[in-house]
Structures are given as structure tokens and as C-alpha cells.
Design a protein around this ligand. Structure first.
Ligand SMILES: Cc1ncc(COP(=O)(O)O)c(C=O)c1O
Length: 501
């Protein structure tokens, strides 16, 4: 048996490469990443791809190792080149993140030391760091010092945790779910719909509160709906507002909604996954007024603090509610219950073992200080205003002025009748046909932008209209990027109009 053990040990030890080998592999990986970072301003934000990862599939996982150079060339060709490049400042689609460098180093340290961040007993420093970050976010958002919270993998799980807390705090029984009512606008992020379903609340009534012309919740209508539901003996359960919708960046009137929630004793959740960290700026502070009055909120450091993907935050004002919904005392963990004041993340979320996410947030905040984060957010607000004004000048029709850093716009072809690009030039179009033709033009326009690839934008449908978006949030997006997009839009419109005349 000893001989067999020694044989196995020899092979097992391959999992722990010696210093020389670590140097060799690390150097190649650092060279590869530095080469990327040094060229980032000139690398496309998007590369059109077809069946992009077929190459990876020709190298299946098997018993034998491959060399690090081959592994890196596989990554380069099949992972890091095709599709969207979220590290690029040219990423103006969806909601960009960016991925600041010191977070990557934080992840490196978190992974090398592999500190346990789930329970205070095992990782007191790691847990304390996470709790300290939660306190900082609570403070920034105007929540009390002793609010509860958790570093999640992103906004979706943050929303889920909050919805579970709202459900449990209401003490509502499953048999009453079909009489419970949830209020939100149609612009709420779909992760909220998912959270409601996953939390077992799909039988609840979801009331879509009408919005004004700026896509904000109409609070008068909200109040009327709640009153009517109470009269009908329904059970109003919670209001979910957005602090920065994904489509247009709209912020619901949070302080007015808070008053209604308090008056009618409803849980008030704010999805601030995208917009929340703008509160670090003076302008954002004004726009997000009332967020501090919510019962819970979701906010994403992997959006507004430019962290690489994988970090969200949920805050719950009453930490006991968060704790009661998520704690568990397993027999095999009896030694790890501690008398400390520090709550353990494992008792505040569905996760037990978790990635030590705190380090990827703590390290950049400590090494940079908060100042450059604030400046970067202020720059994004201003860039959105600049883009809004300039895109109008080159003939685009625009949505509402940007509340935060999302601009919506579309091009209405000027070549006489909009049918000119659908080969219907002699026919007078109905309103529907004209919209369809305009939609078609904007769809072609975005395809051209994506084929070009220097800047990436995405689109959405607003009231049946194919609408282009510019979401300005990546830390590497600066004036030059926005000018490039304007130039590309002008150029592609000229080509398309010429083509379809
Ligand atoms: C407003 C809003 N809420 C929630 C989410 C979901 O967050 P995540 O993708 O981090 O899970 C997003 C994602 O873009 C969002 O924009």
C-alpha cells in the first residue's frame, strides 16, 4: 500500500508545479495579458463570428496535458477574439462593465491563498473584508451602518435575495400567493421577473404600473392601483423600482414611491444594478434621491465600479430579515459557530462556499482610492450628454435626454419616402409600413456597425420601434470612443442611404 501511495503522490504532485515551472507558465500568461492590455485601444470591440468555438471542441479535455503556449493560442483564437470584447472602451452595448486591472490581481491573490469567505470562523479576515465592503456600500447608498448585505455574483442573484426577503418578511403563506400583488413597470430588468418566479411567487399578480414619456413609473397610478387592490381584498406585497433601467437608463421617482410603500406598508426594493454607483457623483446623488428609503436594493460593482464580471451587492436594511431567510445550522458545521459580531456571508445568501469576491473589490478601492471611480462615473454622465447632443446634430432622432449614461436613438431615413430603402418607392406607406421600413433600416445600420467592430452598440424595441442604444459605462470609454461611434454612424448611414436609394 505504501508503494502505491508513493506512486500516486508522485502523480498528484504534478498539480503543484515547482517554482521554476510556475515562473515559466506565469510569465507566458502575463506576457499574453500585457500584450492585450497594451493594445486594448486598438483592438476591436466586436468581431463577427460564426461557430466561434469549433476550434476549442477539436481539443477535448483528456488525460494528457498540453503546453501553456498551445493553451494560450487556443484562448486567443477561440475565446478572446470572436464576439464581444467587454474589456474594450468601445463596448457601448447592453450594460458594459470593463474590468479594472487591480481586480484581476485581487482575484489572483484570492485564488492562490484560497481563503474561505463563507464563514467567519474559517476566514475571519476575508469575512470581515466582505462585511466592511457591504458597510461601505450601505454608507454610500445612505443605508444605516448596521444594514445587512451580501457580495453576490451579480445583480440577478442580488435581486433574487431581495425578493426572497420581501416574501419572508410579509409572512405570507403559499396558499395566499395568488392574492399577493407586486408592482413594477414593464421596463424592470428581466432578472426581476426571473427572481419572482424562482422565489416561488409566479402565482402572484404582477401589476405593470404605467410610465410617463421618460419611462418612469407614474406614482399616481401606482397609488391608485394599490388602493383598488386593497379594496378588492388583495394583498399588496412589494414595489420594485428601477434606479437606471437597462433599456433607457430611467430612474423611477424613488422618494415618491418610498412614501407610497411606507403608507401602505409594502416592501420597497430598488434594482440599482446599473445606476446605483452614480450616487458617488453629485448629479447621481440628486437623481437617486430616495434610494436610501428602500427596504432592499441591488447594485453591481461589475457595472458601476468597473470590476470584472462576477460581483453584485444586495443590501437589506433590516439585516435580521436577510439572516432569517438564509441561515442554516448544519450538524457538521457545529464548530464554526462563533460568538463574533460579524455575520457570515453563508448565513446571508444561498451560497455556502463562495469565491473570495471581496478581494477583487477591496484591492482596487484601496490602491486607487474612491476619487478616480467618482471621476470616471462623472465622465460617463457627461459623455452621454455629449453623445445625445452630437447624434442629434448628425440627423438621428433621439429618445429622452439621458438621465444617466444610456442614450436611445434611431435614424429616420430622409430620402423622401422612407420606403426608398425597401424598394417601395412609388407607394405611399401606412404608418405601420413606415415603422417597419425604419426598423429595417436601423437593423441594417447596427449590423454594419457590428461588422465594422471598432465600437459595439446594441439595440432594443421601444413601443414597436427598433431603437439603437449607447450605454456608456466602461471605464475605458472616453471622448475619442464616442467620436469614433459618431463618425461610424454618419458613415454607415451615408452608405446605407446611398445603397437603398
Ligand atoms: C437594471 C439591471 N438589473 C439587473 C441586471 C442583472 O444583473 P447581472 O447581469 O449582474 O446578473 C442587469 C444587467 O444588465 C441590469 O441592467
Amino acid at each position: 500500500m505504501r508503494e502505491k501511495l508513493l506512486q500516486l503522490e508522485k502523480i498528484s504532485r504534478q498539480l503543484d508545479p515547482p517554482s521554476g515551472k510556475r515562473d515559466e507558465v506565469r510569465k507566458k500568461i502575463i506576457d499574453y495579458s500585457e500584450n492585450f492590455l497594451n493594445r486594448i485601444e486598438n483592438i476591436n470591440a466586436f468581431n463577427v463570428h460564426e461557430n466561434a468555438d469549433a476550434g476549442l471542441l477539436t481539443f477535448p479535455i483528456n488525460e494528457e496535458p498540453i503546453d501553456v503556449s498551445l493553451a494560450l493560442s487556443l484562448l486567443k483564437n477561440h475565446v478572446d477574439t470572436p464576439g464581444l470584447n467587454p474589456a474594450s472602451g468601445g463596448h457601448l452595448g447592453y450594460i458594459p462593465g470593463g474590468g479594472i486591472f487591480y481586480s484581476a490581481l485581487g482575484d489572483y491573490l484570492a485564488d492562490v491563498f484560497n481563503r474561505y469567505a463563507g464563514v467567519y470562523f474559517g476566514g475571519p479576515g476575508a469575512v470581515r473584508m466582505e462585511n466592511m465592503l457591504i458597510k461601505w456600500v450601505a454608507n454610500v447608498m445612505g443605508y444605516p451602518e448596521d444594514a445587512g448585505g451580501n457580495l453576490t455574483s451579480g445583480g440577478s442573484i442580488a435581486n433574487l435575495i431581495a425578493v426572497v426577503c420581501a416574501r419572508d418578511a410579509s409572512k405570507i403563506k403559499a396558499r395566499e400567493f395568488e392574492k399577493a400583488v407586486i408592482y413594477m413597470t414593464k421596463q424592470v430588468h428581466h432578472s426581476v421577473d426571473k427572481a419572482i418566479r424562482i422565489a416561488g411567487l409566479k402565482e402572484c399578480i404582477v401589476r405593470h404600473v404605467p410610465m410617463d414619456e421618460n419611462f418612469k413609473m407614474k406614482t399616481g397610478e401606482l397609488a391608485n392601483m394599490i388602493k383598488a387592490d386593497k379594496m378588492s381584498r388583495l394583498h399588496p406585497l412589494m414595489i420594485i423600482a428601477s434606479a437606471g433601467t437597462t433599456d433607457t437608463g430611467a430612474v423611477d421617482p424613488l422618494d415618491e414611491i418610498a412614501k407610497i410603500a411606507t403608507k401602505h406598508e409594502l416592501w420597497f426594493h430598488v434594482d440599482a444594478a446599473y445606476g446605483g454607483f452614480f450616487i458617488l457623483t453629485e448629479e447621481g446623488k440628486q437623481k437617486l434621491k430616495g434610494i436610501e428609503l428602500s427596504d432592499s436594493l441591488a447594485v453591481d460593482p461589475h457595472k458601476g465600479l468597473f470590476l470584472p464580471y462576477g460581483t453584485g451587492v444586495v443590501l437589506v436594511k433590516d439585516k435580521n430579515i436577510l439572516n432569517q431567510s438564509h441561515f442554516y445550522q448544519a450538524n457538521y458545521m457545529q464548530d464554526s459557530v462563533s460568538a463574533s459580531d460579524e455575520l457570515s456571508p453563508a448565513d446571508l445568501s444561498p451560497e455556502l462556499t463562495k469565491h473570495f469576491r471581496g478581494l477583487r473589490m477591496w484591492l482596487p478601492l484601496k490602491l486607487h482610492g474612491v476619487k478616480p471611480f467618482r471621476a470616471c462615473l462623472e465622465e460617463k454622465l457627461l459623455l452621454a450628454k455629449y453623445f445625445y447632443a452630437e447624434v442629434k446634430k448628425i440627423g438621428f432622432s433621439v429618445g429622452p435626454p439621458p438621465e444617466l449614461s444610456v442614450v436611445t436613438y434611431r435614424y429616420i431615413p430622409k430620402s423622401g419616402n422612407s420606403a426608398s430603402f425597401t424598394d417601395l418607392s412609388t407607394k405611399v406607406l401606412t404608418k405601420e409600413e413606415a415603422t417597419a421600413a425604419e426598423n429595417d433600416f436601423n437593423k441594417r445600420l447596427i449590423e454594419e456597425i457590428q461588422k465594422d467592430g471598432r465600437v459595439f452598440i446594441s439595440s432594443t424595441m421601444i413601443d414597436g420601434k427598433f431603437t439603437l442604444r449607447a450605454a456608456i459605462l466602461a471605464h475605458r470609454t472616453h471622448l475619442k470612443t464616442v467620436d469614433t461611434l459618431l463618425e461610424m454612424l454618419g458613415e454607415k448611414v451615408r452608405v446605407l442611404e446611398g445603397k437603398y436609394l
